[in-house]
Design a protein around this ligand. Structure first.
Ligand SMILES: Cc1cc2nc3c(=O)[nH]c(=O)nc-3n(C[C@H](O)[C@H](O)[C@H](O)COP(=O)(O)O)c2cc1C
Length: 204
């Protein structure tokens, strides 16, 4: 099978991309608008960038009608967001928060999740998430407008919350974190079959 992306409609390209890049970690992003109404949604086009500055990025695309998602609208107006880690225990609620509720409706309330105060930013973090990263916006890179138009949000991590049970020997234990990964279609992966492979030593 060989494919020329230029010959595919955007929705098919999107489906192809999410089946190429798997598993993907899930940023469960909480934001607030200027009225203080909170918003929560998952994004799996997500990764860390570097430690200096300690930074992350994720990609909220425009929806199929070409409109910006609530998460992006809020980040562009306030410059703040929190990335919460989605886990096995919270998987169904995370999925529920991906529904397209009208702007201003809180997915925390709809999914029965606990908003906890953040320390350095206004948006609340998710109490059910064992790790939360408070972030301030560095930059939004707009790739295109129209349906599925791409945006990349870059954020600097200004505060980190880690619940004690997942913190083992100076790091976050993958066994205790139980993060989930997004696969193709509606499939997800659990981190239950892992292996260790130390990096090679520097050649002499
Ligand atoms: C696991 C998962 C991962 C998702 N990843 C993305 C993503 O990377 N980019 C995106 O634009 N939408 C993604 N979505 C869809 C958004 O969560 C969905 O459009 C949501 O309604 C956006 O909410 P908002 O308008 O409140 O920001 C994902 C949905 C799920 C369930």
């Amino acid at each position: 099978m060989e494919l020329d992306p230029e010959k595919l409609p955007p929705a098919e390209r999107y489906g192809l991309l999410i089946s190429v890049i798997q598993p993907r970690p899930i940023a469960w992003v909480s934001t607030q608008n200027h009225k203080g109404q909170s918003n929560l949604a998952p994004f799996s086009f997500f990764t860390g960038i570097t430690a200096q500055p300690m930074s992350v990025c994720f990609a909220p695309v425009r929806n199929r009608q070409g409109k910006k998602k609530d998460t992006l609208i809020n980040i562009e107006s306030t410059g703040e967001f929190v990335i919460n880690v989605a886990t096995q225990q919270s998987a169904e609620k995370m999925n529920q928060t991906s529904a397209e509720y009208p702007y201003g409706v809180s997915e925390f309330e709809r999914a029965g999740l606990t908003p906890l105060p953040s320390v350095r930013v206004q948006p609340p973090r998710v109490g059910e998430s064992p790790v939360s990263l408070e972030c301030k916006l560095i930059q939004v890179i707009h790739l295109s407008e129209g349906p599925l138009g791409g945006n990349l949000v870059l954020g600097r991590i200004v505060y980190v919350h880690i619940q004690d049970p997942v913190w083992k020997e100076g790091k976050i234990s993958h066994r205790d974190l139980q993060a989930i990964g997004r696969l193709e279609g509606s499939f997800y992966a659990r981190v239950t079959d892992t292996f260790e492979m130390p990096r090679p030593r520097r050649p002499s």
